[in-house]
Ligand binder design. Structure first.
Ligand code: SF4
Ligand code: SF4
Ligand code: FES
Length: 467
């Protein structure tokens, strides 16, 4: 029989060795915390997770106190409230009144706990300390006046990033969290620092001052950046994607995402994306309308056709392409493309010891499951149809293998579409729902977060109109 403890009058089972905060989290009991993070070692530095345990004379920290059978715990007693209020007063003595101009505002633990657990007044009359902030590189903006020394960032670099990049200098009131020798961060996972920092000390340069967080609509989806398939939340407003955040999935990405995946959304709303049907006239693509562009595409696709399907497309799209090729094209070769050097799933490897995979498309393994093979960059064809979701690397040297027209269906940047005679704009991974298969063989669902940009249409709609 599992041991049991009581939290706020309710009995809960737990596994031996579990900390009080883990049992509270699993059962939806709110315990405030700054230094504790389930993905990092426990240091019990901030003292915010105070709880009262019967028969223990002093207040305990829920993050570092193992539960015991029969333990009776209180999270909201007067003693606990007084401890939390004192911790908040202490943490705020040096904190600037920055909330109105801080990018963390609206999702800041310090701000929220100050409201929920803090005292209305401060007794602090001394001068607040201030820091000069050095540049931490392209991803993170640092503002150490807001830091509460929880050390989550230091532990993240040590324990997840794999090497020491952040440190605490000096001691006491003068302590300063910074990078080693003030250098720029080198980790490919720096964006996670902004997620785990419980204050506005570390924020994303990419997102700062672009949108107040309470305006953002959130959709649970999956990253398309590589074959890992990290779980993400897409944050958008009025059809514009502002940021991607990691979503916990203990079997795939735990709590993290890499920077490459995090920032792989700018192309969606970029002005360089082709979002209107386009037809080449006099050596360059000109904006057209759907019926003209479709008629051009139908007329020009003939003879022996090379059909290239991006391994960034969903299973549903790939199946539709297979059916289209079988039903409508007399002579064709249907092959996938996406990451140079990745002709099959066997070529897909770990790129580091954390998350990133070498296949830079999300559904290479799904494409193989459907029996598609990779294009080797060979053969001679009369025309080509290229389907692309937005992430697959454009097939290099395609023009050399195709005598006639090349038609693109999907997401194409204007500067990379010089070889194309017709472009029928399609949907990126944030504009559609569908299934992808990650390197472990797990099927996951993309969820539509925004309406199609411009005149873009799904592949199924294009095929319906093709007839
Ligand atoms: S910068 Fe943020 S995460 Fe790092 S110690 Fe300060 S408050 Fe904690
Ligand atoms: S590891 Fe791959 S799936 Fe995960 S966030 Fe990075 S690019 Fe996206
Ligand atoms: S969360 Fe427990 S001491 Fe910081």
């Amino acid at each position: 029989m599992s041991p049991k403890c009581t939290i706020d009058g309710k009995e809960y089972e737990f596994k031996p060795g579990e900390m009080i905060i883990q049992i509270a989290d699993r059962n939806g009991v709110a315990v405030p915390r700054f230094c504790y993070h389930p993905g990092l070692t426990i240091v019990a530095q901030c003292r915010m997770c105070a709880v009262e345990v019967e028969k223990m004379p002093k207040i305990q920290t829920a993050c570092s106190t193992p539960a015991a059978d029969g333990m009776v715990i209180h999270t909201g007693s007067e003693k606990v409230k007084s401890a939390q209020s004192s911790v908040m007063e202490f943490l705020l003595i040096n904190h600037p009144l920055d909330c109105p101009i801080c990018d963390k505002s609206g999702e800041c633990d310090l701000q929220n706990y100050s409201f929920d657990y803090g005292a209305p007044d401060s007794r602090y009359e001394e001068q607040r300390r201030t820091y000069m902030d050095l540049d931490m590189g392209p991803v993170i903006k640092k503002n150490m006046n807001r830091c509460i020394h929880c050390t989550r960032c230091i532990r993240f670099c040590d324990e997840v990033g794999g090497f020491r990049e952040m440190v605490a200098l000096k001691r006491g009131n003068n302590v300063e969290i910074t990078t080693v020798d003030g250098k720029a961060l080198e980790t490919d996972y720096a964006g996670n620092l902004a997620d785990i920092c419980p204050t506005g000390s570390l924020t994303l340069k990419d997102f700062r001052f672009r949108k107040r967080v309470w305006y953002l609509k959130k959709t649970k989806s999956v990253c398309e950046g590589c074959s890992r398939g990290c779980n993400i939340e897409i944050h958008q407003e009025n059809g514009v994607v502002y940021r991607l955040l990691p979503r916990e999935n203990m079997e795939i990405n735990k709590w993290w995402i890499c920077d490459e995946g995090r920032f792989n959304f700018h192309y969606v709303n970029a002005p360089s994306r082709i979002v209107e049907p386009s037809v080449k006239t006099a050596a360059q693509l000109e904006t057209s309308d759907w019926s003209t562009a479709l008629a051009e595409a139908r007329r020009r696709i003939s003879g022996k056709v090379l059909v290239l399907a991006g391994s960034d497309l969903t299973l549903e799209e790939l199946r539709a392409i297979q059916k289209f090729a079988a039903d409508r094209l007399k002579e064709c070769a249907l092959l996938h493309f996406g990451t140079p050097g990745h002709l099959s799933a066997d070529d897909d490897k770990d790129e580091d010891k954390i998350l990133r995979r070498t296949s830079k498309t999300s559904n290479l393994h799904g494409a193989e499951k459907l029996g598609l093979r990779g294009w080797k960059g060979d053969g001679s064809y009369d025309s080509a149809l290229v389907f692309r979701g937005g992430r697959a690397a454009l097939p290099h040297g395609l023009r050399r293998h195709v005598k006639g027209a090349i038609v693109g269906v999907g997401v194409f940047p204007r500067e990379g579409a010089g070889d194309f005679d017709v472009v029928l704009p399609g949907l990126s991974y944030v504009e559609k729902s569908g299934t992808i298969v990650n390197w472990q063989g797990k099927e996951q669902k993309l969820q539509r977060s925004i309406e199609p940009v411009g005149l873009s249409k799904g592949i199924a709609d294009v095929f319906a109109m093709w007839a």
